[in-house]
Design a protein. Structure first.
Length: 462
Protein backbone atom coordinates (compact mmCIF):
# COMPACT_ATOMS: atom_id res chain seq x y z
CA UNK A 1 0.00 0.00 0.00
CA UNK A 2 1.27 3.42 -0.91
CA UNK A 3 -0.25 6.44 0.75
CA UNK A 4 0.58 9.03 -1.87
CA UNK A 5 1.45 8.93 -5.54
CA UNK A 6 5.10 8.12 -6.05
CA UNK A 7 7.25 11.04 -6.92
CA UNK A 8 5.00 13.73 -5.51
CA UNK A 9 5.87 16.14 -2.75
CA UNK A 10 3.99 17.60 0.17
CA UNK A 11 2.73 21.09 -0.33
CA UNK A 12 1.87 24.16 1.71
CA UNK A 13 -1.53 25.79 1.68
CA UNK A 14 -4.48 26.61 3.90
CA UNK A 15 -4.62 24.10 6.71
CA UNK A 16 -2.07 21.88 5.02
CA UNK A 17 -1.65 19.81 8.18
CA UNK A 18 -5.32 18.88 8.10
CA UNK A 19 -5.11 18.08 4.41
CA UNK A 20 -2.11 15.83 4.98
CA UNK A 21 -3.84 13.54 7.47
CA UNK A 22 -7.09 13.60 5.50
CA UNK A 23 -5.44 12.85 2.16
CA UNK A 24 -3.29 10.10 3.62
CA UNK A 25 -6.41 8.25 4.71
CA UNK A 26 -8.41 8.97 1.57
CA UNK A 27 -5.54 8.12 -0.76
CA UNK A 28 -4.90 4.88 1.11
CA UNK A 29 -8.56 3.96 1.10
CA UNK A 30 -9.13 4.74 -2.57
CA UNK A 31 -5.87 3.11 -3.64
CA UNK A 32 -6.96 -0.05 -1.89
CA UNK A 33 -10.26 -0.33 -3.76
CA UNK A 34 -9.90 -3.98 -4.65
CA UNK A 35 -6.13 -3.70 -4.29
CA UNK A 36 -4.99 -7.08 -3.06
CA UNK A 37 -7.29 -9.35 -5.01
CA UNK A 38 -7.39 -7.10 -8.04
CA UNK A 39 -3.61 -7.11 -8.33
CA UNK A 40 -3.58 -10.88 -8.30
CA UNK A 41 -5.90 -10.81 -11.31
CA UNK A 42 -4.26 -7.85 -13.06
CA UNK A 43 -2.76 -9.83 -15.93
CA UNK A 44 -6.02 -11.66 -16.60
CA UNK A 45 -8.04 -8.45 -16.63
CA UNK A 46 -5.60 -6.71 -18.95
CA UNK A 47 -5.78 -9.54 -21.44
CA UNK A 48 -9.56 -9.50 -21.33
CA UNK A 49 -9.70 -5.74 -21.83
CA UNK A 50 -7.37 -5.98 -24.80
CA UNK A 51 -9.96 -8.10 -26.54
CA UNK A 52 -13.13 -6.38 -25.38
CA UNK A 53 -11.80 -2.82 -25.32
CA UNK A 54 -14.12 -2.01 -22.43
CA UNK A 55 -13.62 0.78 -19.92
CA UNK A 56 -13.00 -0.08 -16.29
CA UNK A 57 -14.36 2.42 -13.75
CA UNK A 58 -13.41 2.39 -10.06
CA UNK A 59 -15.23 5.02 -7.98
CA UNK A 60 -15.53 5.94 -4.31
CA UNK A 61 -17.14 8.46 -2.02
CA UNK A 62 -15.19 9.13 1.18
CA UNK A 63 -16.15 11.04 4.32
CA UNK A 64 -13.35 12.06 6.68
CA UNK A 65 -13.85 13.54 10.17
CA UNK A 66 -11.21 14.60 12.69
CA UNK A 67 -11.94 14.71 16.40
CA UNK A 68 -12.11 17.79 18.65
CA UNK A 69 -14.17 19.76 16.13
CA UNK A 70 -11.43 19.81 13.54
CA UNK A 71 -11.52 19.21 9.79
CA UNK A 72 -14.35 17.42 8.00
CA UNK A 73 -14.03 16.42 4.35
CA UNK A 74 -16.15 14.86 1.64
CA UNK A 75 -14.33 13.49 -1.39
CA UNK A 76 -15.71 11.73 -4.46
CA UNK A 77 -13.08 10.09 -6.66
CA UNK A 78 -13.33 8.30 -10.01
CA UNK A 79 -10.60 6.18 -11.61
CA UNK A 80 -11.05 4.91 -15.16
CA UNK A 81 -8.83 2.85 -17.46
CA UNK A 82 -8.81 1.06 -20.80
CA UNK A 83 -6.46 -1.35 -22.58
CA UNK A 84 -6.60 -1.16 -26.36
CA UNK A 85 -6.14 -4.02 -28.80
CA UNK A 86 -2.60 -2.96 -29.76
CA UNK A 87 -1.47 -2.99 -26.12
CA UNK A 88 -1.73 0.75 -25.48
CA UNK A 89 -3.30 1.72 -22.16
CA UNK A 90 -5.00 4.82 -20.82
CA UNK A 91 -5.92 5.65 -17.23
CA UNK A 92 -7.27 8.75 -15.58
CA UNK A 93 -8.54 10.10 -12.29
CA UNK A 94 -10.89 12.91 -11.26
CA UNK A 95 -11.00 14.01 -7.61
CA UNK A 96 -13.07 16.69 -5.91
CA UNK A 97 -12.99 17.40 -2.21
CA UNK A 98 -14.65 19.89 0.08
CA UNK A 99 -13.27 20.71 3.54
CA UNK A 100 -14.56 22.68 6.50
CA UNK A 101 -13.96 23.00 10.22
CA UNK A 102 -11.19 24.17 12.52
CA UNK A 103 -7.45 23.85 11.98
CA UNK A 104 -4.54 24.54 14.39
CA UNK A 105 -2.55 27.71 13.66
CA UNK A 106 0.64 26.55 15.43
CA UNK A 107 0.37 28.65 18.60
CA UNK A 108 0.37 27.09 22.09
CA UNK A 109 -2.55 27.10 24.54
CA UNK A 110 -2.40 29.69 27.33
CA UNK A 111 -4.03 30.37 30.68
CA UNK A 112 -5.16 33.68 29.17
CA UNK A 113 -7.54 34.28 26.23
CA UNK A 114 -5.73 34.69 22.89
CA UNK A 115 -6.87 36.65 19.85
CA UNK A 116 -5.84 35.87 16.28
CA UNK A 117 -6.71 37.11 12.82
CA UNK A 118 -8.07 34.94 10.05
CA UNK A 119 -5.73 34.61 7.04
CA UNK A 120 -7.40 37.52 5.25
CA UNK A 121 -7.25 39.73 8.35
CA UNK A 122 -4.86 42.64 8.72
CA UNK A 123 -5.36 43.59 12.37
CA UNK A 124 -5.84 42.02 15.80
CA UNK A 125 -8.28 44.76 16.76
CA UNK A 126 -12.05 44.29 16.64
CA UNK A 127 -12.42 47.76 15.13
CA UNK A 128 -13.40 47.95 11.44
CA UNK A 129 -10.50 48.24 9.00
CA UNK A 130 -10.43 50.91 6.28
CA UNK A 131 -8.39 50.17 3.18
CA UNK A 132 -7.96 51.29 -0.43
CA UNK A 133 -9.35 48.95 -3.08
CA UNK A 134 -7.69 48.16 -6.42
CA UNK A 135 -9.88 50.83 -8.05
CA UNK A 136 -8.57 53.49 -5.67
CA UNK A 137 -11.69 53.89 -3.53
CA UNK A 138 -11.87 53.57 0.26
CA UNK A 139 -13.68 50.61 1.78
CA UNK A 140 -14.41 49.56 5.35
CA UNK A 141 -14.55 45.97 6.50
CA UNK A 142 -15.06 44.35 9.89
CA UNK A 143 -11.87 42.87 11.27
CA UNK A 144 -11.72 39.09 10.82
CA UNK A 145 -10.52 37.89 14.21
CA UNK A 146 -11.26 35.00 16.54
CA UNK A 147 -10.60 34.51 20.25
CA UNK A 148 -9.43 31.26 21.86
CA UNK A 149 -10.47 30.55 25.44
CA UNK A 150 -7.88 29.78 28.16
CA UNK A 151 -6.49 26.25 27.95
CA UNK A 152 -7.83 25.60 24.47
CA UNK A 153 -5.79 24.69 21.40
CA UNK A 154 -5.56 27.77 19.13
CA UNK A 155 -7.47 26.90 15.95
CA UNK A 156 -8.95 28.93 13.13
CA UNK A 157 -12.66 27.97 13.31
CA UNK A 158 -13.64 29.24 9.87
CA UNK A 159 -11.65 27.10 7.49
CA UNK A 160 -13.27 26.22 4.15
CA UNK A 161 -11.62 24.95 1.01
CA UNK A 162 -12.33 22.97 -2.14
CA UNK A 163 -10.02 21.12 -4.50
CA UNK A 164 -10.36 19.71 -8.00
CA UNK A 165 -7.64 17.43 -9.38
CA UNK A 166 -7.48 15.74 -12.78
CA UNK A 167 -4.78 13.34 -13.95
CA UNK A 168 -4.17 11.14 -16.99
CA UNK A 169 -1.55 8.55 -17.95
CA UNK A 170 -0.80 6.72 -21.19
CA UNK A 171 1.11 3.47 -21.67
CA UNK A 172 2.78 2.55 -24.95
CA UNK A 173 4.40 -0.84 -25.75
CA UNK A 174 7.65 -0.28 -27.66
CA UNK A 175 8.38 -3.98 -28.07
CA UNK A 176 7.41 -7.30 -26.51
CA UNK A 177 9.53 -6.55 -23.43
CA UNK A 178 9.79 -2.74 -23.41
CA UNK A 179 7.02 -0.33 -22.34
CA UNK A 180 6.92 3.46 -22.03
CA UNK A 181 4.51 5.67 -20.09
CA UNK A 182 3.81 9.36 -19.74
CA UNK A 183 1.19 11.49 -18.03
CA UNK A 184 0.29 14.64 -16.16
CA UNK A 185 -1.79 16.07 -13.34
CA UNK A 186 -3.51 19.39 -12.62
CA UNK A 187 -4.73 20.32 -9.14
CA UNK A 188 -6.57 23.56 -8.31
CA UNK A 189 -7.54 25.22 -5.03
CA UNK A 190 -8.36 28.85 -4.33
CA UNK A 191 -4.87 29.46 -2.90
CA UNK A 192 -2.88 26.79 -4.73
CA UNK A 193 -2.35 25.49 -8.28
CA UNK A 194 -0.14 22.51 -9.09
CA UNK A 195 0.90 21.15 -12.48
CA UNK A 196 3.02 18.03 -12.88
CA UNK A 197 4.23 15.75 -15.66
CA UNK A 198 5.81 12.30 -15.56
CA UNK A 199 7.43 9.81 -17.91
CA UNK A 200 8.75 6.31 -17.41
CA UNK A 201 10.09 3.20 -19.06
CA UNK A 202 9.97 -0.47 -18.02
CA UNK A 203 11.90 -3.48 -19.33
CA UNK A 204 10.94 -7.14 -18.79
CA UNK A 205 13.49 -9.92 -18.39
CA UNK A 206 13.47 -13.70 -17.91
CA UNK A 207 10.15 -14.51 -19.57
CA UNK A 208 8.61 -11.39 -17.98
CA UNK A 209 9.26 -12.65 -14.45
CA UNK A 210 11.52 -9.66 -13.74
CA UNK A 211 10.78 -6.01 -14.54
CA UNK A 212 13.11 -3.03 -14.16
CA UNK A 213 11.56 0.44 -14.33
CA UNK A 214 12.59 4.08 -14.19
CA UNK A 215 10.30 7.09 -13.79
CA UNK A 216 10.83 10.84 -13.59
CA UNK A 217 8.42 13.50 -12.36
CA UNK A 218 8.46 17.28 -12.59
CA UNK A 219 6.10 19.53 -10.62
CA UNK A 220 5.44 23.26 -10.55
CA UNK A 221 3.31 24.85 -7.81
CA UNK A 222 1.97 28.38 -7.51
CA UNK A 223 0.77 29.56 -4.11
CA UNK A 224 -1.47 32.57 -3.57
CA UNK A 225 -2.03 32.56 0.21
CA UNK A 226 -5.19 34.28 1.39
CA UNK A 227 -4.17 37.73 2.58
CA UNK A 228 -0.67 37.32 1.10
CA UNK A 229 2.43 35.32 2.00
CA UNK A 230 3.88 36.49 5.36
CA UNK A 231 7.52 37.48 5.65
CA UNK A 232 9.20 34.42 7.26
CA UNK A 233 10.06 34.85 10.98
CA UNK A 234 8.40 38.28 11.07
CA UNK A 235 6.29 39.58 13.96
CA UNK A 236 2.76 38.21 13.62
CA UNK A 237 1.18 41.42 14.95
CA UNK A 238 2.75 43.51 12.15
CA UNK A 239 1.13 41.49 9.33
CA UNK A 240 4.10 41.92 7.00
CA UNK A 241 3.01 40.10 3.85
CA UNK A 242 4.01 39.84 0.20
CA UNK A 243 2.40 38.45 -2.95
CA UNK A 244 2.19 34.97 -4.42
CA UNK A 245 4.99 32.42 -4.24
CA UNK A 246 6.16 29.43 -6.26
CA UNK A 247 8.02 26.19 -5.79
CA UNK A 248 9.13 23.45 -8.14
CA UNK A 249 10.25 19.89 -7.72
CA UNK A 250 11.79 17.04 -9.61
CA UNK A 251 11.79 13.38 -8.65
CA UNK A 252 12.88 10.01 -9.93
CA UNK A 253 12.21 6.40 -9.04
CA UNK A 254 14.00 3.14 -9.81
CA UNK A 255 11.91 -0.01 -9.46
CA UNK A 256 12.37 -3.77 -9.50
CA UNK A 257 9.42 -6.17 -9.67
CA UNK A 258 10.06 -9.90 -9.34
CA UNK A 259 7.72 -12.89 -9.63
CA UNK A 260 9.07 -15.16 -6.89
CA UNK A 261 6.67 -18.04 -7.59
CA UNK A 262 3.09 -18.57 -8.71
CA UNK A 263 1.80 -17.21 -5.38
CA UNK A 264 4.27 -14.46 -4.48
CA UNK A 265 5.17 -11.16 -6.14
CA UNK A 266 7.67 -8.69 -4.66
CA UNK A 267 8.51 -5.09 -5.59
CA UNK A 268 11.30 -2.72 -4.49
CA UNK A 269 11.43 1.01 -5.31
CA UNK A 270 14.14 3.60 -4.65
CA UNK A 271 12.94 7.21 -4.84
CA UNK A 272 14.67 10.58 -4.80
CA UNK A 273 12.99 13.98 -5.05
CA UNK A 274 13.96 17.58 -4.45
CA UNK A 275 11.78 20.66 -4.00
CA UNK A 276 12.97 24.25 -4.12
CA UNK A 277 11.16 27.53 -3.52
CA UNK A 278 8.53 28.59 -1.01
CA UNK A 279 8.18 25.65 1.38
CA UNK A 280 6.65 27.52 4.33
CA UNK A 281 3.07 27.09 5.46
CA UNK A 282 1.81 30.69 5.23
CA UNK A 283 -0.82 30.10 7.92
CA UNK A 284 1.45 28.72 10.65
CA UNK A 285 2.86 30.76 13.56
CA UNK A 286 4.92 30.11 16.72
CA UNK A 287 4.31 31.35 20.26
CA UNK A 288 6.99 33.37 22.06
CA UNK A 289 6.96 32.12 25.67
CA UNK A 290 8.41 33.75 28.80
CA UNK A 291 10.04 31.73 31.64
CA UNK A 292 6.78 32.04 33.59
CA UNK A 293 4.83 30.43 30.73
CA UNK A 294 3.15 33.58 29.48
CA UNK A 295 2.75 34.33 25.78
CA UNK A 296 4.59 37.53 24.85
CA UNK A 297 3.99 37.43 21.09
CA UNK A 298 4.04 35.32 17.94
CA UNK A 299 6.26 34.86 14.90
CA UNK A 300 5.49 33.47 11.47
CA UNK A 301 7.33 30.22 10.80
CA UNK A 302 10.42 30.00 8.58
CA UNK A 303 11.60 26.87 6.77
CA UNK A 304 14.54 26.19 4.45
CA UNK A 305 13.92 26.93 0.77
CA UNK A 306 14.88 23.44 -0.39
CA UNK A 307 14.16 19.89 0.67
CA UNK A 308 15.60 16.61 -0.62
CA UNK A 309 14.02 13.27 0.23
CA UNK A 310 15.26 9.72 -0.28
CA UNK A 311 13.17 6.63 0.31
CA UNK A 312 13.09 2.88 -0.23
CA UNK A 313 9.81 1.01 -0.52
CA UNK A 314 9.31 -2.78 -0.41
CA UNK A 315 6.00 -4.49 -1.12
CA UNK A 316 5.04 -8.17 -1.14
CA UNK A 317 1.80 -9.60 -2.51
CA UNK A 318 0.83 -13.23 -2.02
CA UNK A 319 -2.25 -15.46 -2.39
CA UNK A 320 -3.24 -18.85 -0.96
CA UNK A 321 -6.61 -20.23 -2.00
CA UNK A 322 -9.27 -17.84 -0.66
CA UNK A 323 -6.70 -15.66 1.16
CA UNK A 324 -4.54 -12.90 -0.30
CA UNK A 325 -2.12 -10.57 1.49
CA UNK A 326 -0.35 -7.28 0.88
CA UNK A 327 2.61 -6.38 3.12
CA UNK A 328 4.68 -3.24 2.56
CA UNK A 329 7.42 -1.28 4.32
CA UNK A 330 8.95 2.12 3.61
CA UNK A 331 11.89 4.10 4.99
CA UNK A 332 12.41 7.79 4.24
CA UNK A 333 15.08 10.33 5.16
CA UNK A 334 15.32 13.97 4.09
CA UNK A 335 17.59 17.00 4.28
CA UNK A 336 15.51 18.41 7.16
CA UNK A 337 16.67 15.46 9.32
CA UNK A 338 13.24 13.82 9.25
CA UNK A 339 13.40 10.01 9.33
CA UNK A 340 10.24 7.97 8.91
CA UNK A 341 9.27 4.29 8.95
CA UNK A 342 6.03 2.85 7.60
CA UNK A 343 4.62 -0.67 7.67
CA UNK A 344 1.23 -1.72 6.30
CA UNK A 345 -0.59 -5.04 6.12
CA UNK A 346 -3.91 -5.99 4.55
CA UNK A 347 -5.42 -9.47 4.29
CA UNK A 348 -8.38 -10.32 2.07
CA UNK A 349 -10.57 -13.34 2.78
CA UNK A 350 -13.08 -14.56 0.17
CA UNK A 351 -16.14 -16.65 1.00
CA UNK A 352 -16.39 -20.13 -0.62
CA UNK A 353 -18.37 -18.78 -3.59
CA UNK A 354 -15.78 -16.00 -4.04
CA UNK A 355 -18.48 -13.36 -4.42
CA UNK A 356 -17.92 -11.57 -1.08
CA UNK A 357 -14.82 -10.67 0.91
CA UNK A 358 -13.58 -9.12 4.14
CA UNK A 359 -10.32 -7.18 4.23
CA UNK A 360 -8.87 -5.98 7.55
CA UNK A 361 -5.85 -3.71 7.37
CA UNK A 362 -3.42 -2.03 9.72
CA UNK A 363 -0.78 0.62 9.13
CA UNK A 364 1.97 1.87 11.46
CA UNK A 365 3.93 5.08 10.94
CA UNK A 366 6.73 6.76 12.91
CA UNK A 367 8.84 9.83 12.24
CA UNK A 368 11.51 11.91 13.94
CA UNK A 369 11.33 15.69 14.18
CA UNK A 370 12.85 18.13 11.70
CA UNK A 371 16.01 19.77 13.01
CA UNK A 372 14.28 23.18 13.14
CA UNK A 373 11.05 21.99 14.77
CA UNK A 374 10.30 23.71 18.08
CA UNK A 375 6.97 23.98 19.95
CA UNK A 376 7.73 27.56 21.02
CA UNK A 377 10.34 30.34 20.99
CA UNK A 378 12.05 31.31 24.27
CA UNK A 379 11.51 35.03 24.93
CA UNK A 380 14.85 35.29 26.77
CA UNK A 381 16.83 34.13 23.74
CA UNK A 382 17.71 35.90 20.53
CA UNK A 383 14.77 37.10 18.42
CA UNK A 384 16.78 36.18 15.34
CA UNK A 385 16.05 32.66 14.15
CA UNK A 386 17.51 30.89 11.14
CA UNK A 387 14.64 28.43 10.79
CA UNK A 388 11.79 27.49 13.11
CA UNK A 389 8.38 25.85 12.87
CA UNK A 390 5.85 24.56 15.40
CA UNK A 391 3.97 22.61 12.72
CA UNK A 392 3.02 19.24 14.25
CA UNK A 393 3.65 17.54 10.89
CA UNK A 394 7.37 18.26 11.41
CA UNK A 395 7.46 17.01 15.00
CA UNK A 396 8.19 13.49 16.24
CA UNK A 397 5.13 11.25 16.39
CA UNK A 398 3.81 7.78 15.68
CA UNK A 399 0.46 6.80 14.24
CA UNK A 400 -1.73 3.75 13.69
CA UNK A 401 -4.50 3.21 11.16
CA UNK A 402 -6.93 0.33 11.61
CA UNK A 403 -9.51 -0.51 8.98
CA UNK A 404 -11.99 -3.07 7.72
CA UNK A 405 -13.40 -3.37 4.22
CA UNK A 406 -16.35 -5.44 3.00
CA UNK A 407 -16.97 -6.08 -0.68
CA UNK A 408 -19.47 -8.00 -2.78
CA UNK A 409 -19.56 -8.84 -6.47
CA UNK A 410 -22.73 -8.10 -8.41
CA UNK A 411 -23.76 -10.52 -11.17
CA UNK A 412 -26.22 -10.24 -14.04
CA UNK A 413 -28.94 -12.72 -15.08
CA UNK A 414 -26.32 -14.96 -16.73
CA UNK A 415 -24.32 -15.11 -13.47
CA UNK A 416 -21.53 -13.05 -15.02
CA UNK A 417 -19.80 -10.62 -12.66
CA UNK A 418 -20.51 -7.09 -13.83
CA UNK A 419 -19.52 -4.89 -10.89
CA UNK A 420 -18.33 -4.75 -7.28
CA UNK A 421 -19.66 -2.84 -4.28
CA UNK A 422 -17.59 -2.15 -1.15
CA UNK A 423 -17.74 -0.36 2.20
CA UNK A 424 -14.70 0.53 4.26
CA UNK A 425 -14.13 2.14 7.67
CA UNK A 426 -10.72 3.37 8.88
CA UNK A 427 -9.70 4.75 12.27
CA UNK A 428 -6.54 6.89 12.53
CA UNK A 429 -4.73 7.83 15.75
CA UNK A 430 -1.63 10.03 15.91
CA UNK A 431 0.40 10.42 19.12
CA UNK A 432 3.25 12.96 19.60
CA UNK A 433 6.63 11.68 20.83
CA UNK A 434 9.45 13.37 22.82
CA UNK A 435 7.17 15.98 24.39
CA UNK A 436 8.91 18.94 26.05
CA UNK A 437 7.52 20.17 29.37
CA UNK A 438 6.25 23.73 29.11
CA UNK A 439 7.60 26.38 31.49
CA UNK A 440 5.62 27.95 34.33
CA UNK A 441 1.88 28.25 33.75
CA UNK A 442 2.00 26.02 30.65
CA UNK A 443 2.49 22.98 32.86
CA UNK A 444 -0.76 21.05 33.05
CA UNK A 445 -2.03 22.31 29.68
CA UNK A 446 -2.37 19.94 26.75
CA UNK A 447 0.43 21.23 24.52
CA UNK A 448 0.50 18.15 22.28
CA UNK A 449 -3.09 17.07 21.63
CA UNK A 450 -2.39 14.50 18.91
CA UNK A 451 -5.04 13.60 16.37
CA UNK A 452 -7.86 11.11 15.96
CA UNK A 453 -9.88 10.69 12.79
CA UNK A 454 -12.31 8.34 11.11
CA UNK A 455 -12.90 7.71 7.43
CA UNK A 456 -15.88 5.98 5.84
CA UNK A 457 -15.75 5.03 2.18
CA UNK A 458 -18.31 3.57 -0.20
CA UNK A 459 -16.92 2.16 -3.44
CA UNK A 460 -18.39 0.93 -6.70
CA UNK A 461 -16.38 -0.69 -9.49
CA UNK A 462 -17.65 -1.70 -12.92
Amino acid sequence: MQLKPRGTGAKGGAAADARLARRRLIAASCALLGATAARAQEATNAASDSISGEWNVDSALAYYHEGAGRIKAIEPIVNFSKTFGDGRTFSGQVVFDSLSGSTPNGALPSIQPQTFASPSGASLSASPVTYTTSSGTLATESARIYTVNPGQQPMDPNYHDQRLAVSANWGLPLSRVLNASYGGKLSYERDFVSVSANAGIARDFFEKNTTLSFQINNEFDKLNPIGGAPVPASDYALFQKTGGKTKDGVGMMFGLTQVMNRRWLTEVNFSLDRFHGYLNDPYKILSIISPSGGTTGYLYEKRPSSRTRKSVYWENRAAWGRLSMDLSMRYMVDSWRVHSDTAALSVRWWNPDRDRFLEPNVRWYRQSAADFYTPWIDSTGSRYISYASADARLGAFHAFTYGLKYGAKITDSQDDTTSEFSVRVDYYRQTPDHQLVGPGSLQGLDLYPGLQAILVQIGYKF
